[in-house]
Design a protein around this ligand. Structure first.
Ligand code: ADP
Ligand code: MG
Length: 210
């Protein structure tokens, strides 16, 4: 249980998040086969394998640099919509994090910056069955939990993302490859929302163990 992480600990937390996406590859593939083209698991696994490698090679000097190393690698290697979306998500925190530690305030700000940049670049809104349906509630839950410290903030974000995944199943797709399915997308959670939930759960677990 840490209430402030060093850059080395942030690097370890992000490495755990990369590992969790790689481990979830088949689940993400199946989710995208249900309402998309089936490439989400392969793309995310490729991107976050490169993200982990970048963390190992870059020796980030700050928390922001660590996030950015992952984001740049994902952007360069993932492909598909999710390469740009998840690359943007991880590159955004570098703009708001300063210094070599990460606390609850920084964690909430990182998620808010990520959500803001994803919405700016991708032009989707909450309720359209995208990863934003997990990410935006996660950022809001993180902000509310800041007074309780980093461990609680990360857990609140992970829990809200998991609830967002459940809710995304009930939504009609308004964006991306699943849009053409319309009502037929109902009953299936959004693959990108699952990815957000997997990333945040792994980060919460790793922060808990720090
Ligand atoms: P592609 O749609 O190119 O096949 P992926 O299957 O890897 O890419 O990723 C699909 C996921 O990307 C969706 O489940 C959704 O969560 C996310 N996504 C797609 N477009 C957007 C967008 N404009 N904004 C936010 N998320 C998006
Ligand atoms: Mg796809």
């Amino acid at each position: 249980m840490a209430d402030q992480l060093t850059t080395a600990e942030v690097t370890a937390v992000l490495t755990a998040a990369c590992d969790a996406i790689v481990a979830a590859k088949d689940r993400l593939t199946q989710a995208d086969q249900a309402i998309g083209d089936g490439d989400h698991g392969v793309g995310m696994a490729r991107g976050f394998t490169a993200g982990k490698q970048a963390l190992a090679e870059a020796s980030p000097g700050s928390a922001g640099e660590a996030f950015k190393a992952v984001g740049s690698a994902v952007l360069a290697t993932s492909g598909g919509a999710s390469g740009a979306i998840f690359g943007t998500l991880f590159r955004a925190p570098a703009k708001v994090l300063d210094g070599d530690t990460l606390d609850a305030e920084g964690f909430a700000s990182a998620l808010e910056a990520g959500a803001e940049q994803v919405m700016r670049r991708g032009k989707a809104q909450v309720g359209q069955k995208t990863m934003l349906d997990a990410l935006v509630p996660a950022a809001e839950a993180a902000r509310s939990a800041v007074p309780d410290g980093l461990t609680a903030t990360a857990r609140a974000a992970a829990d809200a993302a998991a609830e967002g995944v459940e809710r995304s199943a009930e939504l009609v797709s308004g964006f991306g490859k699943s849009k053409s399915l319309g009502e037929r997308s109902v009953g299936h959670p959004d693959p990108g929302a699952i990815s957000v939930s997997v990333l945040l759960a792994a980060m919460a677990d790793a922060i808990d163990a720090s």
